[in-house]
Design a protein around this ligand. Sequence first.
Ligand code: PLP
Length: 393
Amino acid sequence: MSSGQGGFMTRALHSEGHGKPMHAHSMPIFQTSTFAFESPEHGADLFARRRTGHIYTRIGNPTVEAFEAVVANLEGGEASVAFASGLAAIFGTLMSSLQAGDHVLSGDTLYGPSLNQIERTLTRYGIEATFVDTSDPAAVERGLRETTRVVFLETPANPTCRITEIRRVSELARRVKALVVVDATFATPCFLRPLEWGADVSLHSTTKFINGHGDAVGGVVTTAAALAERIRKFRTDTGACCSPFDAWLNLRGLRTLALRMERHDRNALAVAGFLASHPGVSRVHYHGLPGDPGHAAARREMSGFGSTFAFEMAGGYESAKRLLERIRMMTLAVSLGTLDTLIQHPASMTHASISEEMMRRQGLTPGMVRIHVGLEDDEDIIEDLRQALEGVQ
Ligand SMILES: *Cc1c(COP(=O)(O)O)cnc(C)c1O
């Protein structure tokens, strides 16, 4: 068996390949800004791409490349490009695929800053953007134009866990030759591989589950070799590179991703079930629950549900605030994918920068709380929620 084959866990451990320097078992951190040339000809050949090798870390670094190789393997894609953040990965992908006069059709339920990047920044450079509910294929069909070059979507979408069936959207997008770019941060390649369902690009904020320990910010894009090359050039031109140390942390995170996701998933189902039956909670938006509108679609394309979801307090905003004041073990913080449980209030935190109109379209309410269910013992997470909910109503 070659080092790039086998099941998900095997590939996470072996697909970066052998041949690490000085027989190192763990890929070393190449903490260097530049690389020495053997001769003037060697330097000139590297720049002219007559030979492969390293020149300067903004252009390429062995630790970053090792991380990219494992991601590409796990996603089933030709090449991956690592970025300084998830938002930089989104920007690099969109800017490498669009030019003035083009149209991007975007999901309307997105991580708030992703929405702002498209709505506020891209549109200043002659790119047109419209927003639809991509979980509804008919809305996608109506939204597509002759000039649509990219369909950008998130699934499961942040924070309400709307599920888009990638296969259906990809079929529609292909008719106008638009690329389908999927932010699958909530699912990770462990539970969802967008390229398998017809998407052209899969991307992640590695800050979340891929790093997994809440100690580095980053992003990664996986796609066909030619587009990856354009995205890589854009990264070099704009300097949004991933640092060697962060790449190393992410590489380490990938090694346990499948193990962590299994437990995140199990814990999230238990916590969602508890919340759904609590009188203080009026609604749980989690596609892992059989009654959820996204459940059937999620089961078709995903092999697990993930651990981040939203729920609405029956008492609205005041109750949400009280709940967050009363938590003991859980951490009041944005982000997700950490080992421990995080809880936050989207309307005043992660999604505070988006318009009221967008909040309404996303179904984002003032009484909504988002939880990332961590790896603690599930009864302890539930107990913390139970005691916090007791004083609310
Ligand atoms: C966090 C997040 C991002 C942005 O990633 P950063 O690493 O914070 O730049 C993008 N998409 C989703 C779904 C996220 O959760």
